[in-house]
Each structure stands twice: as structure tokens, then as C-alpha cells.
Design a protein around this ligand. Structure first.
Ligand SMILES: C[S@@+](CC[C@H](N)C(=O)[O-])C[C@H]1O[C@@H](n2cnc3c(N)ncnc32)[C@H](O)[C@@H]1O
Length: 218
């Protein structure tokens, strides 16, 4: 059982060591009057909690450099910065998400770099500085599958150690996983998160295939 964590006021949630604000919180209501995310980046989605749980179990090297693509409010980046002192870049195509990212990062006392970026257009040179690329619920349209496949290929080729994507289990996500499995080391697992509520879904971790060891005698 996790330790009971009292929250300081109404509409504040606590999950995996970070504070989050619900859509009913007065600060979020105020931000929403001015900034209106338009590609679903309008809350912390369950897939980001799946990744918080997954990374709590699997770990991330202290100080690792990672990019969260399609970050929305970037709760996941805040979590990685807080728990692993990870150097996080939160990327999203929709600039209206960044004021929400700013508030969550401040609330949790961490720094998260923000970058307006279309993950389908990230080049090898943009991806190479990162150890990991992570993202929750970013493969939700048919039109996103092939670009995400190509971005993952470019990332792994440019030296990124792993690409980790979580999803509630959409057909588009499984299509991405199938294509990854035919080319790379791919681990697809059902996962659940227990904070702030129970969420179930899938997580895929993609890495470059290790070359097979040969048993040649010298
Ligand atoms: C369903 S939300 C998930 C947000 C966040 N990952 C989470 O789990 O809470 C999808 C996010 O992906 C962003 N997005 C959609 N297409 C994108 C693209 N091509 N490049 C970067 N971000 C994109 C949206 O703006 C939105 O913030």
C-alpha cells in the first residue's frame, strides 16, 4: 500500500511523488480562459501515469537527458525531473500547453525545458542529444502511425537508447508496435497505474537490436 499523502488544498492531486492540479483547480480554470490546447493536451492523461509507474519500477539513470514528445501538461517530465533529476525537454506541437507545463513544474520545484516541436518532423540531429524519448497517448490518429515509426527509427539510429510509448490500447498504437517489432528489440507489456487512480493500458519500449554473438574460434 502506498503512503497516504495529504494534499494541501482541494483539486490538488498527488501521484508518484508529484503534485498535479485537476481541471477544477482555480489556477487551471484561470489558465483555461486564456490558453486553449486544441489537440487533446487539456489534462494529464492516464498514459502518463502508466509511464510514471513503469519508470518507477524500471528506473532511469540519474541525470539522464530525455524528451517527452506530445507532452500536454508534461506531468511525466515533471515526474522524471523530480524523481531521477532527469534533464527533461517537454515537446508539443500545440504551444497552448506550455503555460500549464510551467505551473506544474513550478508547483513541484523542478525545471523542465519547453519546446514547440512536431514529433513527426524531428530530425536525427534534434533527437541525438537525448538518452530516451518518451510519450504517453501520442499515437491516436491513423496519420500519426507512420511518422512515429519513422521518428523512432531516426532516434535509435542517432544513438537514443530507448523510445518508450504508453497508450490506452488503440489499434493505431498496436500498428506502431507491430512495425517496431519487425525491426527492433521491442517489449510490449500490459501495465497499470495506481495513482492518482487506477489506469490500465500498454507500454512499449523499443531499442536497437543487439548484434547476434558469433561463436567463431580465433
Ligand atoms: C492525448 S494528449 C497526451 C498528453 C500527455 N502526453 C499526457 O499523457 O497527458 C496528446 C498530446 O500530443 C500533442 N501532439 C499531437 N500531435 C503532435 C505532434 N505531431 N507533435 C507533437 N505533439 C503532438 C497534443 O498537442 C497533445 O498535447
Amino acid at each position: 500500500m502506498p503512503k497516504l499523502q495529504r494534499v494541501p488544498e482541494a483539486n490538488v492531486e498527488y501521484a508518484y511523488g508529484i503534485y498535479l492540479l485537476s481541471t477544477k483547480h482555480r489556477l487551471i480554470k484561470t489558465l483555461r480562459k486564456r490558453y486553449k490546447p486544441s489537440i487533446h493536451g487539456d489534462r494529464a492523461w492516464g498514459s502518463s501515469f502508466l509511464l510514471m509507474d513503469y519508470l518507477s519500477e524500471r528506473g532511469l539513470k540519474k541525470g539522464a537527458k530525455a524528451a517527452e514528445i506530445g507532452c500536454g501538461w508534461a506531468g511525466l517530465s515533471v515526474f522524471c525531473a523530480r524523481k531521477f533529476s532527469a534533464r527533461m525537454t517537454a515537446m508539443d506541437l500545440d504551444p497552448a500547453v506550455f503555460p500549464f507545463v510551467e505551473v506544474l513544474a513550478d508547483l513541484n520545484g523542478v525545471e523542465v525545458e519547453q519546446q514547440k516541436a512536431d514529433f513527426t518532423k524531428l530530425k536525427a540531429v534534434d533527437l541525438a542529444p537525448f538518452n530516451h524519448i518518451i510519450g504517453g497517448d501520442i499515437c491516436f490518429w491513423d496519420s500519426l502511425v507512420q511518422p512515429l515509426v519513422r521518428m523512432t527509427n531516426r532516434a535509435l539510429k542517432s544513438g537514443v537508447e530507448s523510445v518508450i510509448i504508453a497508450d490506452p490500447g488503440r489499434p493505431t498504437f498496436y500498428e506502431y508496435c507491430d512495425q517496431m517489432a519487425s525491426k527492433h528489440d521491442t517489449e510490449l507489456q500490459q501495465w497499470y497505474a495506481s495513482e492518482p487512480d487506477r489506469y490500465e493500458g500498454e507500454i512499449v519500449e523499443v531499442k536497437l537490436k543487439k548484434p547476434k554473438k558469433t561463436n567463431k574460434k580465433q
